[in-house]
Design a protein around this ligand. Structure first.
Ligand SMILES: Cc1cc2nc3c(=O)[nH]c(=O)nc-3n(C[C@H](O)[C@H](O)[C@H](O)COP(=O)(O)O)c2cc1C
Length: 203
């Protein structure tokens, strides 16, 4: 299994990065090919809606995303770990998602297949400070659409409320255990039915 692990927070060493690290630890039980990328360490812009990808299937912007597209396409699993910002995703994660427009255009306008005939699966690891009932609704809706754009499918996630201060997640070993176990499950079981995830549309 080829895993692309995407970190979406500007806060280095913060809660979502610790959560992602726990997931990565779990995957080590089988040594998969795994690459972690921290979006805030990259330089790329949001989609500029130039429409060029509707003709070529490729993004005309030349920035750090140019190297990320092949990684997205060779991944079997895309794990996004992120905090909630304003009931949605942090800006760089939004920009990253927008750049899937080139893949969306390839699939839905040019009617191309996935270049390696994969159906990548998408997982979210998400957290926020408040206890809002609909805290993860926008993120989940967006990520479902993003996974569909890259010929894949969203399969679920782990969602945690009431986590705010930097490193506060370390006070919740149960949460980190869940993420680590999920990391183990994704490499041990091919069928995602065996992955302990929340699958509800409004977690
Ligand atoms: C700009 C900004 C906006 C935020 N918006 C929300 C929000 O809408 N709902 C919420 O529950 N928490 C919100 N938070 C809190 C973060 O989700 C929380 O601090 C989280 O633990 C940060 O994770 P990190 O350490 O991985 O960055 C916001 C934080 C920032 C900095």
């Amino acid at each position: 299994m080829n895993i692309l692990a995407i970190h979406g927070s500007p806060r280095k060493g913060g809660n979502s990065e610790i959560l992602l690290q726990a997931f990565i630890e779990g995957t080590k039980s089988k040594n998969p090919k795994l690459e972690k990328i921290s979006l805030y360490e990259l330089k790329f812009s949001p989609c500029i809606a130039c429409g060029e990808c509707e003709h070529s299937g490729e993004c005309v912007l030349r920035d750090d995303m140019t190297e990320i597209y092949p990684k997205i396409l060779s991944a079997d699993l895309l794990v996004v770990s992120t905090p909630i910002f304003f009931y949605s995703q942090p800006s760089m994660l939004q920009a990253f998602f927008e750049r899937f427009q080139a893949l969306w255009a390839s699939k839905y306008i040019l009617h191309l297949s996935h270049p390696f005939n994969k159906t990548p699966r998408g997982i979210l690891l998400a957290l926020g400070a408040t206890k809002g009932k609909k805290l993860f609704e926008a993120l989940v809706r967006t990520y479902k659409f993003v996974m569909d754009a890259c010929w894949g499918k969203y399969v679920g996630g782990l969602f945690f409320r009431g986590i705010d201060k930097k490193g506060e997640i370390l006070e919740h070993p149960d949460i980190l255990e869940k993420a680590k176990n999920l990391g183990k499950e994704v490499v041990l079981f091919e069928d995602e039915a065996n992955w302990n995830l929340e699958r509800s549309p409004t977690p």
